[in-house]
Design a protein around this ligand. Structure first.
Ligand code: AMP
Length: 345
């Protein structure tokens, strides 16, 4: 299949070419035609499957550029995901005459109020900040026709169910809803089913399985030996982009200090950091200023990072899903990768 066989606006096809996407991924080839046909969709798909473009492309295709009001609302669980999705929207709409805005906590709300005055057609938001804007009467969502809920399982984990419900119920002009999640628990299914109106299709595009191109290695390591073993691995693969997952916030900082002492520059991210510092850490890693990125899995989950060669699980994750999310970072979009897990004796 080729993107040109989908009935898309030429401006969007041009942007897809600019991005170097030659053909749709599996998720895209299923989601785009169904969404263009106006159906509601409940999609089960893994991270790294190209799902962001899968929902952005049909959503952008439906925009009325002359109406300078929000028409598409995308909800994301975290600010990083909101910001990454906004980047994808921005890139895909570069040849259109329209605007998009990401609104999330940790950034000044007055700035977002100013941004809204420009009349963006696409809003990408975290539920908490969006509720805040709605309660202040600073955002008008009456013209929103498409609602996209991304990473629903993570939004539920983070306690956003009431906010998502309230936002969904408040959208009076809604015509289409697309939901994306790696898993659909009974709670998610209940929430989604009770709000969906009209024809709805379920697309199961992945079981929660890991990607084939990743080699998994388990290492039995004594607690005191973890750091020296990590150091040896880093020295053995001096060119590799490495992501290290720790269980606790203080460990990210501690590891960064040890590594710095030993001549390895690393960036880290955890939930108690200022947004500015989190963004800087991400940028340093993405730009290659540092090749080592340390994070707690809560803070780093779902981040869109390509070309990671090695994932080190400094701890055994608490549940299998967290493990898949972690290693889902290597082996994305045709790249192969390795995952090492330290199992303490
Ligand atoms: P996502 O699952 O949305 O996080 O996407 C994972 C990565 O795949 C992103 O870096 C996208 O830029 C990339 N991507 C999305 N669609 C395509 C495509 N059709 N061809 C190649 N890469 C893609």
């Amino acid at each position: 299949m080729s993107f040109s066989t989908l009935s898309l606006r030429p401006e969007i096809l041009g942007a897809i070419t600019d991005l170097g996407y030659h053909e749709p991924t599996e998720v895209q080839s299923q989601v785009i035609p169904a969404a263009l046909a106006g159906k509601n969709l409940i999609v089960q798909s893994n991270t790294g499957s190209g799902k962001t473009a899968a929902f952005c492309i049909p959503a952008l295709n439906s925009i009325d550029e002359k109406k300078r009001v929000p028409q598409i609302l995308i909800l994301e669980p975290t600010r990083e995901l909101a910001s990454q999705t906004r980047d994808e929207v921005f890139n895909l709409s570069r040849h259109m005459r329209m605007g998009s805005l990401a609104v999330y906590g940790g950034s000044p709300i007055w700035k977002q109020k100013e941004g809204l005055k420009a009349g963006p057609q696409v809003i990408i938001a975290t539920p908490g900040r969006l509720m805040d804007l709605m309660e202040r009467g600073w955002i008008d969502l009456d013209n929103v026709t498409t609602l996209i809920l991304d990473e629903v399982d993570q939004m539920m984990d983070m306690g956003f169910a009431p906010a998502v419900t309230e936002i969904w119920e408040g959208l009076k002009g809604l015509k289409q809803v697309l939901t994306f999640s790696a898993t659909y628990t009974p709670a998610i299914t209940r929430l989604v089913d009770s709000h969906m109106k009209g024809e709805t299709e379920s697309l199961i595009l992945s079981k929660a399985v890991t990607v084939d191109s990743i080699d998994h290695v388990f290492m039995r390591v004594g607690i005191r030996d973890k750091y020296p073993v990590l150091k040896r691995i880093l020295e053995r693969f001096p060119e590799d982009k490495v992501m290290v997952f720790t269980a606790k916030k203080h460990e990210t900082e501690e590891l960064e200090r040890y590594l710095y002492r030993d001549g390895h520059k690393a960036a880290y991210i955890h939930g108690d950091m200022q947004q500015r510092d989190r963004m800087r850490a991400l940028k340093d890693f993405k730009d290659g200023v540092v090749r080592i990125f340390i994070g707690t899995d809560v803070a780093a989950r779902g981040l869109n990072m390509n070309a990671i060669d090695l994932v080190v699980n400094y701890h055994v994750p608490e549940d299998p899903e967290a493990y898949i999310h972690r290693i889902g970072r290597t082996g994305r979009a045709n790249a192969s990768g390795q995952a090492v897990m330290f199992v303490a004796r």
